[in-house]
Design a protein around this ligand. Structure first.
Ligand code: FUL
Length: 676
């Protein structure tokens, strides 16, 4: 009898706690190492190697180990800055395209062991991993498959060399969280003295399946990065943004590292992609990846970095921000200041989830384990979802009082696959609901920014998905406004206009290093080259934005060329030259010490100049070649290129494309001169 009694109680208890099965996964899903990686979200890149000393972006491979000589190298400083900036890991360029290696490899003489640094006794990979571990960061390794130094590059022997080096890197320094394989190959190089152009078949030459298997064997927990994954893929640009629709799914077998069409066709993933290969957004604090003194004033501003944060982490990718470590061997003070300011701002933006104080109602609940409380418990593992086959995917949040907000954050529970295809956030008005913001994919994290709203009740509706939504976290925030410097635009005539997204702000500018601060009221004329400092001020609080400093060249008022678009001061317009060359009449004889070339700015650009020749003339008849060379890395990073030379007198200039990246006719968005 007693036994029966207990059984009834147990049965009753069981009946009150109905076990509801979790939703079926929607394939593909991440594996364990990808799940751990995605939680890192934010980590740093260190570009520091031979290029730091040769002042290049892509070394040719003929550099001497003697050149590598940092004076105050301190990997602990890198790790300290990265951890204070909220990063969870750091990836170091162990070997870049010039082939120089930062550890005493047994397989090459082109290494720190033959450099003056630490009298040839140094091992920078060791110093780097020790520093990372001391500051709680995960260390990662960048290794360039393209090697412009090695005599065997292009032959099967080089693959053995590459694997020997990877074995050193991945066996001797403890756990590595990410191995970063670069897809670049620009062709020519020193190659042990052969000085030739070698283009390998990127699909087959590196025998990726076996190279990947080696990495897996030596570092089973590391994720492998390349355009094609297999674990993490490139976002397709080096400007720091992902696309509004970003799937972690990819038809991986159709992609290989360095394939020319990758950026245009594959980088945003595919809804029905066969494999889970999430994207990583990589971007530098400056235009270049390596340190150049001439970019000291081009460190990204706070509003640029904040934009990058929202358009990368906020669009279902991780964020890898690069530090171009300087010739001392330190992260430059300005880059440090920039990333710390970003960390403070992001902390402010997400300081308080307003949904914590709201009453949440879901139109349909799946059962106790999947209730709406899970959405705000800051535990990614717990989630809210609805019964199978339910198509009622709506959540209402009641703040209980009028509340101000301007951010929405959503996280899908990706171990069950990426599902959401579209959603809308609405607020309640007296006569119904009004949309505030909408989006397409969500993935690991999606953040929307919108103008300040006030409402007592809001609702989030998932409109379309591959299967029932499974949502880990939702946040509504009220991020404080960011005071940003004015936007500067200039006309060919030299007229400069300052604009601000916020009409209430006062704008100021000054000319030259010690110019007076002038309140901006109307466009002003600048004829001669000068540095222009601008900032905004909130008249209410008296607070000012960061100062922005730009160098403006001599005005182009007198200039003439085949097409105005080359010289209209607007890099968004461009001109295509069928003979790959443009001439500009400067209208007067000037001393010039360099030129600038802005490549075409578009999602699908063409005709970037990769090899150039630059000539000057005083009379338009007799021409003198003053510079020739390559625009390294222009394909991945199409920022303004600056070339300097000894002062020349010129009234006419001619820029010729000897080669373009895609062999199409050369395009020119803007061309300018540098004056001494
Ligand atoms: C590119 C390289 O060519 C650049 O030099 C840099 O290392 C960047 C992160 O990747 O493909």
């Amino acid at each position: 009898m007693k036994k029966y009694f207990y059984s009834v109680i147990l049965l009753g208890f069981w009946a009150c706690q109905p076990k509801v099965a979790p939703p079926e996964p929607v394939l593909p899903i991440p594996d364990e190492r990808q799940i751990l990686w995605q939680e890192l979200e934010y980590y740093g890149f260190i570009h520091f190697n031979m290029n730091t000393f040769s002042d290049r972006e892509w070394g040719f491979g003929d550099e001497s180990p003697e050149q590598f000589n940092p004076t105050e190298l301190d990997a602990r400083q890198w790790a300290k800055v990265a951890s204070e900036a909220g990063m969870k890991g750091l990836i170091l360029t162990a070997k870049h395209h010039d082939g120089f290696v930062l550890w005493p490899s047994a397989y090459t003489e082109h290494s720190v062991k033959n450099s003056p640094w630490r009298n040839g006794e140094g091992d920078l990979i060791q110093e780097f991993v020790d520093a990372c571990r001391e500051f709680g960061l995960k260390p990662g390794i960048y290794y360039s498959p393209w090697d412009r130094n090695h005599p065997d590059y292009g032959k099967p022997e080089y693959i053995t060399y590459m694997r020997n080096q990877l074995t050193e890197l991945l066996s001797n320094y403890g756990e590595i969280f990410e191995v970063w394989f670069d897809g670049a190959n620009g062709g020519d190089g020193w190659y042990g003295g052969a000085n030739e152009t070698l283009r390998v078949d990127k699909l087959t030459y590196y025998d990726w399946p076996n190279t990947h298997a080696l990495v897996r064997e030596l570092q089973p927990n590391a994720v492998l990065f390349s355009d094609a994954g297999p674990d993490v893929r490139w976002v397709g640009n080096e400007s720091g943004f992902a696309y509004e629709t970003t799937w972690s799914n990819l038809f991986r077998d159709s992609v290989y590292a360095g394939m020319p069409e990758y950026a245009q066709e594959w980088s945003d993933g595919q809804e029905n992609g066969s494999h889970w290969v999430p994207a990583e957004t990589n971007v530098s604090t400056r235009p270049g990846w390596y340190y150049h003194t001439y970019e000291d004033h081009k460190v990204k501003t706070l509003d640029q970095l904040v934009g990058i944060y929202y358009e990368s982490i906020g669009r279902n990718t991780s964020l890898l921000i690069n530090f171009p470590v300087d010739t001392r061997g330190l992260i430059h003070e300005q880059d440090e200041e920039a990333v710390l300011a970003l960390a403070t701002k992001i902390e402010e933006d997400f300081a308080y989830n307003l949904l914590g104080a709201s009453e949440i109602k879901a139109s349909s609940e799946r059962g106790k384990s999947y209730e709406t409380d899970n959405l705000i418990d800051q535990d990614y593992e717990s989630y809210w979802t609805v019964p199978d086959n339910s198509s009622d995917w709506e959540l209402t949040f009641d703040f209980g009082k009028e509340t101000t907000f301007n951010r929405l954050l959503i996280q899908e529970y990706t171990p069950l696959g990426q599902r959401v295809k579209s959603f809308v956030l609405e607020k309640e008005l007296d006569n119904g609901w009004e949309p505030i913001a909408d989006g397409t994919t969500v993935g690991y994290k999606r953040i929307l920014r919108f103008p300040e709203q006030r409402a007592e009740r809001i609702r989030l509706r998932f409109l379309d998905a591959k299967a029932i939504p499974v949502i880990s976290e939702i946040g509504i925030y009220d991020a404080p406004a960011l005071l940003i410097p004015p936007k500067i635009s200039r006309e060919k005539s030299g007229i400069v206009t300052l604009t601000s997204p916020d009409e209430d702000l006062e704008l100021y500018y000054s000319l030259g290093a010690d110019g007076d601060e002038i309140p901006y009221s109307q466009p002003f004329q600048i004829d001669e080259a000068v540095s222009l400092t601008t900032f905004s001020k909130d008249p209410g609080s008296g607070e000012t934005s960061q100062k922005s400093v730009v160098t403006l060249g001599k005005s182009k008022a007198l200039w003439e060329s085949a097409d105005e678009k080359i010289i209209d001061e607007n890099p968004q317009t461009y001109w295509t030259s069928e003979n790959n060359s443009i001439e500009i009449n400067l209208g007067e004889e000037l001393d010039i010490s360099g030129f600038t070339y802005y490549p075409m700015q578009a999602r699908y650009p063409s005709g970037f100049i990769s090899k150039y020749e630059f000539q000057v003339s005083r009379d338009g008849k007799l021409w003198k070649k003053v510079s020739e060379g390559e625009f390294s890395n222009i394909q991945n990073n199409p920022v303004q290129q600056e070339i300097r030379f000894d002062v020349e007198k010129a009234r006419f200039i001619r820029l010729t494309a000897i080669q373009t990246v895609d062999n199409q006719a050369a395009t020119f968005a803007e061309v300018g001169i540098i004056t001494p």
